[in-house]
Design a binder for this molecule. Structure first.
Ligand SMILES: Cc1cc2nc3c(=O)[nH]c(=O)nc-3n(C[C@H](O)[C@H](O)[C@H](O)COP(=O)(O)OP(=O)(O)OC[C@H]3O[C@@H](n4cnc5c(N)ncnc54)[C@H](O)[C@@H]3O)c2cc1C
Length: 488
């Protein structure tokens, strides 16, 4: 057995990973960042990944997803000294550009503060950057083509399938960062009193591309559209978005229902897609010369929300990132939240002498927050695909930005809290619920006030028309009984 087991006691104290061994399963975004953190705290880290090295020629590339990285992710990257590198590789997006079916696209800033922006970053590029950072640590050993298949939670032993046969690794701390379809979580499901809930979205997603344009062929060349925005084509039950890349291209993502009208099942051929695009996304069509080929070639992915509890087993194994809380991508927070998990686990390990205590503290801090951002992400899908195109949405955003300017110390819109703040997601969700109540009351009050004004106007007109002289009782009677007669 290849062992990473420590001969030292599992006792922990601040900054005392030295001599202890951690096994991180899954070299995705969270696994690589966590490995870097732990190594710098003195842990000996083995990072095992199912896939081949993504930097090797011929390695399966995965999807060409772009991520919006915002304050929470940047804070966690800063801790590893990687914030600047990530920002340098991305494109700033200070707002949304909404594309209606007909008419001009319009821009809505994400924040009243014009310096605030989210950042479009390639997921593959970010993963490579994080992998290189982890590998640069002397006490991180990365092993590819290791698929975790079984766990002994009490012993801290994980079995892997490899091209050379089975392999087992043991460690003081085992962290499962093996993504939304985590094998380690699946093993936890077989243990007692493990709560698990998974729900697939009725929509799938497909990646498309808007390529760069030639120099001089538009105000934003080499970009075909303004790169300083996340572009959204909200269409009620579905939508398309586009995020800019530094090379002048945009990565587009279609979010369509799996079944029914306007679904991937209904629009299944490249020709049908092109015809649909001409009707539904007319301004995008001239920018997408490879639409039909991309539509045919690229697969449709599913989106799942996973909630589970507990996140730890046997006192030394923990779930982290998508393995613990897969969420739908509509708040752009999956990776950001996973990076926050890494910080929370590191802090818990520093604060607690015993690993089981640290894992319990980590779980306590993160689990409700993960559920909160899962709820917010589902809610934001409705906002993006439906509400964002409506006038009422623009009015609400304008009011929110006005309130922010008027009451900078007491009012902060939900979007700012989630994407530009780092306070717990639970607090952001509570604020969202409070704001919703406030806006509903304001909408009700303004409707009531508008009705009152109309009624008063009608009554006044009736009085003037009828010679006046009525008492307030007459006014009320006029309001209730003479409305039809007064109407033009
Ligand atoms: C369409 C889409 C858009 C998104 N947009 C955003 C966004 O804008 N902003 C944002 O913050 N997040 C976004 N996300 C979410 C983000 O991609 C994830 O939250 C993030 O990748 C989670 O990181 P992770 O390390 O937990 O999992 P992953 O990045 O999925 O990494 C898991 C790793 O584990 C490996 N693995 C799997 N099984 C095993 C096994 N049995 N043994 C060993 N290794 C294994 C995998 O190969 C992979 O390398 C988006 C996701 C999607 C699908």
């Amino acid at each position: 057995m290849a062992s990473t087991e420590s001969t030292e006691s599992a006792g922990a104290h601040r900054d005392s990973g030295r001599g202890r061994h951690a096994l991180v399963v899954g070299a995705g975004l969270a696994g690589c960042l966590l490995a870097t953190y732990l190594a710098r705290d003195g842990w000996k880290v083995r990072l095992c990944e199912r896939r081949a090295d993504p930097r090797a020629a011929g390695a399966a590339g995965g999807r060409s997803i772009n991520l919006a990285i915002s304050a929470r992710g940047l804070k966690a990257l800063r801790r590893a000294g990687l914030e600047e590198k990530v920002l340098d590789s991305g494109v700033r997006m200070p707002g949304r550009m909404i594309h209606p079916v007909a008419g001009e696209a319009f821009f809505t800033p994400y924040s009243a503060d014009p310096t605030r922006a989210i950042n479009s970053v390639s997921r593959g590029g970010l993963n490579r950057l994080l992998l290189e950072a982890a590998e640069a640590e002397a006490n991180v050993e990365v092993r590819f083509e290791r698929r975790a298949s079984h766990v002994d939670f009490d012993g801290g032993v994980v079995e892997f399938e490899t091209p050379e046969g089975a392999e087992r690794h043991q460690a003081d701390l085992v962290v499962a960062t093996d993504g939304a379809y985590s094998a380690i979580r699946a093993e936890m499901q077989r243990t007692e009193r493990f709560d698990y809930e998974q729900s697939y979205l009725g929509h799938g997603y497909k990646e498309l591309v808007i390529p760069p344009v030639a120099a001089g062929s538009g105000p934003h060349a080499p970009f075909a559209m303004d790169p300083a925005a996340l572009h959204i084509w909200p269409r009620g039950g579905s939508m398309m978005i586009a995020l800019p890349n530094q090379d002048g291209s945009f990565t587009c993502t279609l979010f369509w229902p799996w079944e029914g009208p306007g679904s991937f099942a209904e629009i299944s051929t490249p020709a049908a897609a092109a015809e649909h695009f001409r009707r539904v996304y007319p301004d995008a069509v001239p920018l997408m010369p490879t639409l039909e080929a991309d539509f045919e070639r690229n697969p449709v992915g599913s989106m799942v929300t996973v909630r589970c509890r507990p996140w730890t087993r046997g006192g030394r194994t923990a779930l982290l990132g998508d393995a613990a809380h897969a969420i739908v991508p509509f708040y752009g927070q999956g990776a950001n939240a996973s990076f926050e998990d890494c910080e929370a686990l590191l802090e818990a390990l520093r604060a607690h002498r015993e690993i089981p205590d640290a894992l319990a503290a980590y779980e306590r801090e993160r689990i409700d927050n993960a559920n909160a951002i899962a709820d917010l992400a589902l809610r934001n899908f409705i906002e993006m695909r439906d509400l964002a195109g409506r006038r009422s949405f623009r009015i609400r955003k304008a009011i929110e930005h006005l309130l922010t300017r008027l009451f900078p110390n007491s009012f902060e819109p939900l979007y700012d809290r989630v994407s530009f703040g780092t306070k717990p997601y639970v607090e952001a969700l509570e604020t969202a619920q409070r704001h919703d109540r406030g806006f509903r009351i304001a909408a009700f009050a303004s409707t009531a006030a508008a009705i009152a004004i109309v009624v008063a106007g009608l009554v006044l007109a009736a009085r003037l028309g009828g010679g006046g002289g009525s008492t307030s009782g007459d006014v009320a009677a006029a309001a209730t009984t003479n409305t039809g007669a007064i109407a033009p």
